[in-house]
Design a protein around this ligand. Sequence first.
Ligand code: NAD
Length: 453
Amino acid sequence: MEIEKILLKQKDFFKTHQTKSLSFRKMYLEKLRDLIITNENVLFEAINKDFGKSGFDTFSTEISFILNDIDYYLKNLKALAKPKKVRTNLVNQPGSSKIYTEPLGCVLVIGAWNYPYQLSLSPVIAAMAAGNCCILKPSEIAENTMNAMTFIINENFPSEYLYVYEGGIEETTVLLQLKFDKIFFTGSTKVGKIVYKAAAEHLTPVTLELGGKSPAIVTKNANLEIAAKRIVWGKFLNAGQTCVAPDYLLVEETIQEQFLEMLRKYIKEFKYEPGSEQYTRIINQRNFQRLIHLIDKEKIYSGGNFDEEELYIEPTILHHIDWNSEIMQEEIFGPLLPVISFQSYNAALNNVSELEKPLAAYLFTNNSEEKETFTRKLSFGGGCINDTVMHLSNDNLPFGGVGGSGIGNYHGKYGFEAFSHQKAILEKATWGEPNIKYPPYSEKKLNWIKKLL
Ligand code: NAD
């Protein structure tokens, strides 16, 4: 098996300790940065072929994201990799304690298709920064972007260090039988469980970046114009195919009518419409069919049209939805926004808590009590107050899910930690050896140890 040979080569290469040197890591991070810059057009064309994503969106949500990641690690590598001195407790005196951060070894990154560059390369960059060898398996569903990454990486990096392995379910199943030192998976909760089970066979640690139904909650105390603008952007960016997009809207009943009108206005203003350069296609027929079956014609507030040949679905707002509606049963992952109105803010939060913990949650309000309740009461991966999606662009914040939306996190120093082991070393002095811990024990020693511990 070709891929098994490559992994064995990577394991041998890792044992040479070359990837641990900071200059090695920097050299290859810089190389990747230069390759991304010189191949920007190849990357743009591929993603446009896959699902018609605009150059602006590709740059702002993919390319710039990856370049910022590389910059972050180039700037912070020394500090991140430096052994950290920590306090030494009394019983270990005289001595000193340090935490050494070491790479895990040979890691596997499995990517999703919806932000194919960001979701594949951002973990790869963190793995490289932390000093690992890496095999990347991008999503086969975005075929052109997968080919573009293979072209850029496999032509320019030694395969014993970094390698892109193309394939779908069959190839991933083979990969998952191999023993990696870490698996970093981005995708659906369903496949996340398959990955977790396979990893358990080898006791391989995982990071699982999964999905879920992320709510956007708007109360009467919100700046409604700003809320509408930011929700429309976060929801219909990439035609709703964003893991942290607001999945559904919870809006206070008294402002519902006014607020939906504002949403409609911004959809129009942003030219989020089929065929427009600003608007992305649905990735494939399977997802297209799944989505149009979720459009209940009786519930359409705005939108609802689609074009099967072009795989376009108009941004669609569905109102008079309740918690039992079909569209509320699974993550939507498309440009459909169901709206549920509420009278009691606390009851609405309770309803959200009844569902699986989402990857994100968004609250729009200027009331500090409502903000406080939202942060304390709801469990979710991460989110924003008075914005959508943007929390993941701050690399000082960890990005990841909780419960059904994932395990672990990354971005910035958290990405570095996701691919590192924290090795604890206590160094004892060889002078001064209190005999208290050694047998034979006595009543006097017990009294001393009670005082000390
Ligand atoms: P997916 O789970 O279908 O595929 C993800 C990866 O798993 C792909 O590389 C695919 O080849 C592989 N795969 C698919 N089926 C497999 C199987 N049976 N066995 C082994 N491997 C398999 O997900 P997707 O359609 O690419 O992405 C959509 C989902 O991902 C949504 O649920 C979304 O919320 C989630 N997502 C999460 C994040 C995040 O950062 N948390 C980001 C993007 C997408």
